[in-house]
Design a protein around this ligand. Structure first.
Ligand code: PLZ
Length: 447
């Protein structure tokens, strides 16, 4: 039986207009002290969250279809996770694994060796954020190969640090005016079935990317190819079948490290432990963060032992990487994911949501595409009669859904994608109610 929030009532209920007066007062305070460059998708302040709901400071109960950007798969206050955090915090909050190590870090590494694709010998290093994981995966790949070029894809998102911004594709709001960026990063075309020429297969899309890599960089200069198996911020782009395996095979054949950035797709979200597994791809290094620790900041790279062990002692680390409280949260989170079979739960969410989204696509010309896997699903909104992106509509629909008590996020290179990332523990009824609200918002503003 899935824990679907027994502490807070699992229902949508509004007691004020949104944002309510307390949220508005907080926004006024925030504007005086918080940097303007830090945005928030919704102008509503959280007071409590459990299962599939977020309760705001005015007492409104909102349906969460975003999980804090794919983080709280187990919910934002799963009792097992909260207890593990409290228990560890009462013993010690920090020693620094690089100074005085502890078992939790080792256990997380043992778990990830089991869960990540492939049965080769693996090693893990822990960090604090997805961006830090990606940075470290590239450090490892460069050192292990003695090469420096890194290939990333159109529509990619890998973080906001300087190196990861170089990998990230989108100028606004991420990159514009923040350069210069780290050198020797090369961008090649992604497989984007909705926008690629009709009939382009995954193998053909991979050949298109590989031809560009070989012509512009040369295979033997490439340290790594880094790719999200389903692109997240870029628009929940699921590459055509065969694209990922062809790229991975090419990487193997040329001594290029294949890095799967599973920060958003990883840990049960797509209906498998890792999205690479849907196509039988075994990455050389997997990056993880977000869903791994039930909301605590923890990130990981797990990869082939010979790659990670190529790095000299002391070459990887950081003060907080693999913090003991975050590790305790991760161990509890992974246990919940296993015992409650959250990969299956993600598949069930798709079973409920996909037919509804497909019906909307049949009904409304503004829904250009329905895509995703498991509990990572999206609608790409377009101008009726064509495929021109409709970003203003996506924004309006998200705002309309919020005004009825549903938190839903947008994404996409063109800002025109509505994405669903519900907590995996959300109940069927709550999910259905959230989808009803979303459908109504689309019917109100789209056609
Ligand atoms: N790789 C695939 O999705 C984070 C970013 C939100 P951090 N995506 C959400 C925002 O606007 O900052 C992400 C990702 C993939 C890396 C990252 C970076 O993870 O934990 O945000 O650093």
């Amino acid at each position: 039986m899935t824990y679907s929030g027994q502490r807070l009532p699992q229902k949508r209920s509004l007691v004020t207009a949104l944002p309510g007066p307390r949220s508005e007062a907080l926004t006024a305070r925030r504007d005086r002290v918080v940097a303007a460059g830090v945005g928030s998708s919704v102008p509503v302040y959280a007071a409590d969250a459990d299962g599939g709901v977020i309760v705001d400071v005015d007492g409104n109960s909102l349906i969460d279809l975003g999980s804090g950007i794919a983080v709280t798969g187990v919910g934002a206050s799963h009792p097992a996770v909260a207890a593990a955090i409290a228990e560890q915090a009462a013993r010690f909050t920090h020693t620094c694994f690089m100074v005085t190590p502890y078992e939790g870090y080792v256990r997380v590494a043992e778990e990830l060796a089991e869960l990540t694709p492939g049965d080769h010998a693996k090693r893990t290093a822990l960090f604090n954020s997805g961006a830090e994981a990606v940075e470290n995966a590239i450090k490892v790949a460069r050192l292990a190969t003695g090469r420096s070029a890194v290939v990333a894809f159109d529509h990619a998102y890998h973080g906001r640090t300087n190196l990861t911004l170089a990998l990230t594709a989108k100028a606004m709001p991420y990159k514009a005016h923040f350069g210069p960026f780290a050198p020797d990063i090369h961008r090649v075309p992604m497989s984007y079935p909705y926008r690629d020429p009709a009939g382009l297969t995954g193998a053909q899309a991979a050949a298109r990317a590989i031809e560009q890599i070989e012509r512009q960089i040369g295979a033997d200069s490439v340290a790594a190819v880094v790719i999200e198996p389903i692109q997240g911020e870029g628009g929940f782009i699921v590459p055509a079948p065969g694209f990922l395996p062809a790229l991975a095979d090419w990487a193997t054949a040329h001594g290029v490290v294949f890095i799967a950035d599973e920060v958003q797709t990883g840990l049960a979200r797509t209906g498998a432990w890792f999205a690479s597994a849907h196509e039988g791809v075994v990455p050389d290094i997997v990056t993880m963060a977000k869903g791994i620790a039930g909301g605590m900041p923890l990130a990981a790279i797990t990869g082939r032992a010979e790659l990670l062990d190529a790095v000299h002692a002391g070459g990887l680390g950081g003060t907080y990487g693999g913090n003991p409280v975050a590790c305790a949260a991760a161990l509890a989170t992974l246990e919940v994911m296993r015992t409650e079979d959250l990969p299956a739960r993600a598949r069930r969410i798709e079973e409920i949501a996909r037919p509804r989204l497909s019906a909307l696509a049949g009904e409304l010309a503004v829904v250009g595409d329905v895509r995703g896997r498991g509990a990572m699903l999206a609608l790409e909104l377009v101008e009726p009669g064509g495929a021109d992106p409709a970003p203003a509509l996506a924004k309006t629909v998200a705002a309309e859904a919020l005004s009825h008590g549903v938190v839903v996020l947008t994404c996409g290179s063109y800002g025109n994608v509505i994405r669903l990332l519900p907590p995996l523990v959300i109940g069927d009824d709550l999910l259905s109610d959230g989808l009803d609200v979303l459908a109504q918002a689309l019917r109100t503003h789209g056609r």
